[in-house]
Design a protein around this ligand. Structure first.
Ligand code: ADP
Length: 641
């Protein structure tokens, strides 16, 4: 009866058998075996034979031991059944075969055996076979010795571990030897020889095919084990890689945690500072406002001219104070919004310092505390002409000088500058109270005064240093302090400026050659930078290399430049820019021109910017203030590929 279930079973069985056969065929191919000799290709054969030798050695010894004894013991049979050729039989056994087999057995303990073992086994098979052949030829009517021949085939093919291919040659040579001896030399009856050949050929065929399969499977096992070992190694390597990745990821996470913790602390601190600032601000604004409103009211009521003049002066003073405060807040807001522009022009730095010196000689703090005000100029007047934003630079110096005069009770205040490694370093030094390390960490933060927890002793919003720092950063420089409590303070800041002759100071003071070593005349760099001074700085830094620059003033312009079909070998990407920031621009550019390397320009100490820029796809970053040498070297790394 037709059963669909059974048919389905049959089909699926046939299908899986077919699959198995196909797998077998592809394995044979993969193994690269010579189908006739069963030898592997190349080094694998050497490795297999090495393995085969050690796996076989014990069996070789046991087989030779047994075969030698048996070959010897059969001499007893000669005594009983052989009469005429007994001495020839004994000669074959005890002078020929047994010594040879014994020698191989003993030699198997030598280290040289490995080199010739298969040859010796082959010779042994052949000699033992020939020995019996001669015996059977000499006594063709005695069938006992034909059984001996079978034993020899048996041992040669399966027992002594001779490789299939050699056993096959030895087996057929023995057969040939027997036929030659029987038919040509000793004229044995043809029917007897034919009958024997039937058996011998069968024995050879069986031995051959069986030995072939035994060796094939030994080789297949070897091959599969090799593959398994390789895969095991591969898995171990993957595991190792995974472990390493997990470790690395853990490290990264730990680092991120530390950063998050620091950010959280900063945010908390900033929050605290903001609240303190608001409280201060309210106080700061109310105080002058109280004065203005109070004295304005009084103005109506008083008749005395002196009193009126005095009240007007108080109102004007308070108004000025309020105006200062509002200006500071506006500056901070402008910086925060990124819309503060630098107004570059040529002026004499020495003149500016002289002006400040004069101005502070009549400062109320200086006069009240009788402070000495000094001014140290680092260059002769004719070389001190620079191109910069005079107003902003003056503002920073006034902030620092104001603080110095405000907080110093006795001694001196000094303003000055000098050149260092091609940079202009300006400083304001005082003999005031100084600041401990803890305070030094925070004074540049917005809304910070050293007296955050209490009512300020000195008037001040806590914005002066924050504004100064923001300005200096905007100039591409940095500001820092050296101070110890009780030993005064020095506030430094560095600037990369041009002098009047259109050269950086660097050229006169430092004769470095690094930028001349590069010739990038055929290269193009796209500079995405919103601040003109910073672009100018890049331009001047790279001018000797001959590189062509394209200036994009914001992220959108940078993307547009990249969309044009033009050569761009590298992009310098400022992160904070109006319209479209550097991170967003990088993302878009990398999606359209993946091959162009992008170097982010991040503000000094803004760790977050660096990480974010790399995440956005930037290849590297450079921190502002830029160190010229490493800046050019970094560009070379990408552009000189
Ligand atoms: P403020 O308007 O309060 O002066 P700043 O940002 O200019 O704000 O200064 C922050 C704080 O840093 C000041 O309140 C003061 O405690 C400290 N500080 C600034 N300059 C000096 C200085 N030269 N000597 C000692 N302390 C200073």
């Amino acid at each position: 009866m037709f059963s669909p279930g059974k048919t389905k079973e049959k089909i699926s069985k046939a299908y899986s058998e077919k699959k198995l056969m196909m797998a077998q065929q592809s394995l044979v191919k993969e193994m690269g075996l010579n189908k006739f000799t069963l030898a592997f290709q190349g080094d694998n054969e050497k490795r297999f034979m090495e393995r085969y030798f050690y796996d076989s050695l014990l069996q070789v010894r046991i087989s030779f031991f047994l075969v030698t004894i048996l070959y010897g013991i059969f001499g007893i049979l000669d005594n009983i059944v052989v009469s005429e050729y007994k001495h020839v039989f004994h000669l074959i056994r005890y002078v020929g075969v047994v010594p040879l087999l014994s020698f191989v057995l003993i030699f198997s303990f030598s280290e040289h055996f490995k080199k010739v073992w298969q040859l010796l086994l082959f010779v042994s098979f052949l000699v033992a076979g020939m020995g019996i052949s001669i015996m059977t030829v000499l006594m063709p009517d005695n069938y006992l010795y034909y059984a001996g021949m079978m034993l020899i085939f048996f041992a040669g093919y399966f027992f002594i571990k001779l490789r299939f291919f050699y056993a096959f040659i030895a087996g057929w040579l023995t057969l040939l030897g027997y036929n030659v001896a029987a038919l040509i030399i000793f004229n044995v009856d043809k029917i007897t020889v034919l009958a024997n050949d039937f058996f011998y050929i069968s024995a050879n065929l069986i031995g051959m095919f069986a030995a072939y399969h035994i060796e094939y499977y030994a080789r297949r096992d070897f091959f599969l084990k090799q593959q398994l070992d390789r895969q095991k190694l591969h898995v171990e390597e993957i595991n190792k890689g995974l472990e390493e990745k997990v470790k690395q990821r853990t490290r990264e996470l730990e680092l991120q945690n530390i950063k998050l913790e620091a950010a959280k602390n900063r945010a908390e601190q900033s929050d605290k500072l903001k609240s303190a600032f608001l409280a201060n601000m309210s106080h700061e604004i109310r105080t002058p406002m109280n004065g203005i409103i109070g004295f304005a009211n009084l103005l109506n009521e008083t008749e005395s001219k002196e009193e009126r003049e005095e009240f007007v002066k108080i109102i004007v003073d308070n108004g000025n104070h309020l105006l200062n405060l509002i200006n500071e807040i506006i500056d901070i807001s402008k910086i925060e919004a990124g819309i503060l522009e630098l107004n570059l022009r040529e002026f004499s730095l020495n003149e500016l310092l002289d002006e400040l010196h004069k101005f502070f000689l009549s400062d109320k703090n200086v006069m009240a505390k009788n402070l000495e005000v000094r001014c140290k100029k680092g260059l002769p007047d004719d070389q001190s002409v620079i191109i910069f934003d005079r107003t902003r630079l003056k503002q920073v110096l006034i902030n620092l000088m104001n603080n110095a005069c405000k907080f110093t009770e006795k001694g001196s205040v000094e303003v000055g500058y000098y050149l260092n490694a091609g940079q202009l370093i300006l400083y304001v030094k005082d003999t005031g109270p100084g600041l401990d390390e803890e305070m030094q960490k925070y004074i540049f933060e917005r809304f910070m005064t050293a007296t955050i927890d209490s009512t300020p002793q000195q008037e001040g919003s806590g914005l002066g240093l924050a504004i100064s720092k923001a300005f200096v950063n905007l100039f591409g420089g940095d500001i820092w302090i050296e101070s110890k409590p009780g030993e005064g303070s020095i506030f430094y800041f560095n600037l990369m400026v041009e002098n009047g002759a259109g050269k950086l100071f660097k050229d006169e003071t430092y004769n470095t050659k690094y930028d001349m070593e590069y010739n990038w005349q055929d290269k193009v760099i796209l500079v995405a930078e919103d601040v003109a001074t910073n672009y100018l700085l890049v331009q001047k830094s790279l001018r000797k290399t001959g590189v062509k620059l394209i200036w994009a003033k914001n992220g959108r312009e940078a993307v547009d430049e990249c969309k044009k079909d033009q050569q761009i070998d590298l992009i310098l990407m400022d992160i904070r820019m109006p319209i479209m920031n550097g991170l967003e621009a990088t993302g878009i550019i990398k999606s359209i021109r993946k091959e162009v390397p992008i170097i982010a320009q991040t503000a000094y100490a803004m760790d977050g910017d660096r990480i974010r820029s790399l995440e956005a796809g930037c290849d590297d970053y450079v921190s502002k203030p830029i160190d010229l040498k490493s800046f050019v070297e970094l560009i070379a790394k990408y552009i000189d590929k």
